[in-house]
Design a protein around this ligand. Sequence first.
Ligand SMILES: Cc1cc2nc3c(=O)[nH]c(=O)nc-3n(C[C@H](O)[C@H](O)[C@H](O)COP(=O)(O)OP(=O)(O)OC[C@H]3O[C@@H](n4cnc5c(N)ncnc54)[C@H](O)[C@@H]3O)c2cc1C
Length: 813
Amino acid sequence: MSRGLPKECKVVIVGGGVVGCSIAYHLAKLGWTDIFLLEQNLLAGGTTWHAAGLVGRLRTTNSMTKINKYSAELYASLEKETGHSVGWKQVGSLIVGRSEDRMKQLHRTAAMAEWFGVEVQIISPQSAQEKWPLLRVDDTLGAAWLPHDGKLIPKELALALAKGAKQRGVTIFEGVNVSNVLTRNGRATGVQAGDGIINADYVVLAGGMWTRELGLRCGVTIPLYPVEHHYAVSNPIPGASDELPVGRDPDLCIYFRGEGDAVMLGAFQAHSKAWQVSQVPEKFSFQLLEPDWDKFAEPLANGKHRIPALERSGLAKFVNGPESFTPDNNFILGEAPELRNLYVAAGFNSVGIASAGGAGKYLAEWMIDGQPSIDLWSVDIRRFAPWANNRSFLRERVTEVLGLHYQMAWPNREMETGRGLRTTPIHDRLAAQGACFGVKNGWERPNWFARDGANPEVRYSFGRQNWFSFHAAEHRAAREDVAVFDQSAFSKYRLKGADALPVLQRLCGNNVDVPIGKTVYTGLFNERGGFESDLTLVRNAPDEFYVITGSSQTVRDRNWIKRHTEPHERAELTSVTSSLGVLGVMGPRSRELLSQVTDADLSNEKFPCGTAQFIDLGHARIHAIRITYVGELGWELHVPMEQLAHVYDRLMAAGKQFHLTNAGHYAINSLRLEKGCRAWSAELSPDDTPLEAGLAFALDFNKPFLGREALLRQREAGLKRRLVIFTLNDPEPVLWGSEPIFRDGKLAGYTTSGSYAHTLGRAIGMGYVNHADGVTSQFIQDGSYEINVNGQRFAAQAHLRAPYDPDRQKILA
Ligand SMILES: Cc1cc2nc3c(=O)[nH]c(=O)nc-3n(C[C@H](O)[C@H](O)[C@H](O)COP(=O)(O)OP(=O)(O)OC[C@H]3O[C@@H](n4cnc5c(N)ncnc54)[C@H](O)[C@@H]3O)c2cc1C
């Protein structure tokens, strides 16, 4: 149906679930009111209406917690504002723990929550039972209590947001299907709605589980897939009421709450079932899937264990609803890299009710300002490349993702499904030598190597894991002899054209107008002066640069550079990520080793640090770049992918006499921490500036660049936070990142990275120390520090310079 639809507006929002309604509400609140929201069926009839209505505030990152906190605050006030009740009840929530590891996780969670501004108390089993009298607690060790969490009626929430949007001028059409997005010159220009078209400046896809299909039609990657998700409601149980807190027992994969005079029991099974449907039916509205009692049998038994009254009550209702999940359990937000002015908000992984308020607000700001106002990288649509949108991959991956909400949040947990998608030509060689792989942006990367017949499998814990001694050996090999790292997953591009230099000069903080063959380390900054990326450039020719960035940023950085290149500028960006492999050859004996396999003069005079040359190695022609992220003499060898195996074999054959060791990304992490090297998405994010991160040396204020003015203002005003390296005094514990930092007993920040510094013989981490009245070097030095590791505080040393202080000449010589 489209008859009678107006022909144009500023924004078309596709989808009238809780998310689409929230975006409409927030855009209107910010002053954009010429908006049509198009819903193919009835508002809230997709996934929203049957959600359980749990609204938790705490998430694993500061930004995600901001989103959920904002949501909860909005929901509490929405009835007053709109006159439409959402049934909000601030009943609090409980997470019970029944193992030592789970209690450690709850302590870690509680410690971070304080920094995020969410109240969490660790309470005894008895106190948990006082809050939930029907609970069995004799097998629990304690619980986390979050007094400000709540619940509501999801359908009413969507309707209240829709009402609030309408009150501000948004027009909502139900019964209108959008079949495609109209595009011109790489921009969204409207939608095909029913049998007509609507022209619009902006299009927002908020179509829940239907969104992937809409994306495919207009060439936009939106990897999500529906999964069957279950809860049941009991018959009335004495003592049950709507006032009971929301409860979770992650070890038993269940949640529960009061529902009138009954109990609702929901499941997050470790292995779930993708909806077996060839395409999500258009008319699926206010419908459910067939009950799957087999899949619910285990959670039901667990529910009866935790709430014995369920044993006798029987069940009155079973809900099996489809909900979309993404490959990494984070939702998908932002402007599509493939199409300008096409925004996406979908794939909410069962937290769409709790997140809709904040997601709507931050997306509305993103649309109006043209950039997000906070670091939203964990949900940014640009984290996915087309490989992630393969249907059979998604179907397999999502069966693991639903359960992740309740699985132990091991700091280095790797996905188990959908593996082996992107491998380098030496993958099997590395596997045969004991590589234990992790995955980054689909690439299989060696994390560490099992030796002496050990099994290359991680046994997870919050302390030292089974690979500790292997990691130590790899770390030492790079410090004392030479190690080889497969770093092929790096994102790589070539920027070529008469305007390549001016484009990069405008985007990069550092001066990139360097002689041919020189490398430059630089950041790319947003207008706030925050890091959009950090990268290494090699000038290949007057009009050509080779650009190397992190493995996860392939789409993001490409998008950033392309979008900031004016149409008239001649600068062609080509991704060469998949055509070039990278072997890092690092360590004091790297020159000796490489000299065995190349005729090139690798002496300091002929091949100084920070330069690159095309050289012969074995029978291959490669690009050798003398840079180091691990703090040792070394070269990155950028090799045509089809010759990677040849080069690797030559290195390994020649390497025996130098004790050449295969080493993985865990060693890179500990080596770079000792050497003080920062990592994007850990220490460097859109919310962190180079002045705060201690990277002012890589800025050239003598030329204009994006973010310069904000950085000058910050330099003038002084810093309120600063990145510091910490080592623990006690040699036993390990750091993973996300541990709270205390300065003189007061919470001052949290670690952004962590590892074990084997050269120093103690744990190492980095993190920002915050202080509203200003942070100077003196302030850092004057403090005494502790880091909270799994609930226990350990004394730490703060370093403003790299704590591993090798003979610098050794690296440079
Ligand atoms: C059993 C279950 C329990 C849950 N419990 C919770 C909970 O307690 N807390 C929580 O936070 N989350 C929960 N969730 C998740 C939550 O329900 C979802 O994340 C949320 O509803 C997603 O909202 P949405 O607006 O993205 O999608 P939807 O509600 O599905 O809305 C999308 C809308 O877009 C429309 N649409 C799609 N394509 C088109 C098109 N081409 N043209 C026009 N219209 C279109 C659809 O008809 C639909 O109405 C639960 C989910 C399930 C299944």
